[in-house]
Design a protein around this ligand. Sequence first.
Ligand code: PEP
Length: 248
Amino acid sequence: MARKPFIAGNWKMNMTAESGKQLIQELKPLVKEAKCDIALCVPAILIPAMVKAAKGSKIKIGAQNVHFAENGAYTGEISATMLKEYGVKYVIIGHSERRQYFGETNETVNRRTLAALKNDLCPIVCIGETLEDRESGETEKVLTRQLEIGLAGVEDIKKLVIAYEPVWAIGTGKTATDEQAQETIKFIRKKLGKMFCVKDANRVRIQYGGSMNAANCKGLMAQPDIDGGLIGGASLKKDFATIVNYNK
Ligand code: PEP
């Protein structure tokens, strides 16, 4: 079965209720004919307003993190149940900025992923190597650890999405070449085949993320193992619609 392409935006800590609403209104007619799944992962406080703004369109609203506990004394955190209550479908887990600035580890990625799946949220699990890892030939080793620890205990791999985001390409304007992205994502799929089974690995959607934009999306999306994109900067403007319509 062919994998349905999936383009997701990550607004990070950007936008307000007003500017977010305005962008979604602009995007709605532009993505009407899209053949892929579409999500915008917005700051938690904007979720209710953006779910309302996106109603009746192909755009689903996602979150940028989820806590692993159902509830309890975790000041500042948000549970999967809370996200579900407001109509969230997808949640980014283990973004490199969370790993870099907020102490996220492969172990906490794993706990968040299991909690999201238990509550029928679709995790977008981010993995990726740093420039230092790549230059020292450690890319595959780092990705293997991220997958083995991050996805431990997952029963149905098809219920999640992997975003391969080389850290050196995020927000830097430096995209991986089509070939580099394809080669690494192919490796990830092969690894998933060994960890789970080849049939399921062939059905998992794997996105590329890292300075993907209106100009380079076509080439990346043409690669056989790349099933979509996780888009930071370019999801804050109308360009996002061009990426969604990459096949037009
Ligand atoms: C991201 O934040 O996941 C990302 C890929 O950002 P950018 O597109 O801005 O590089």
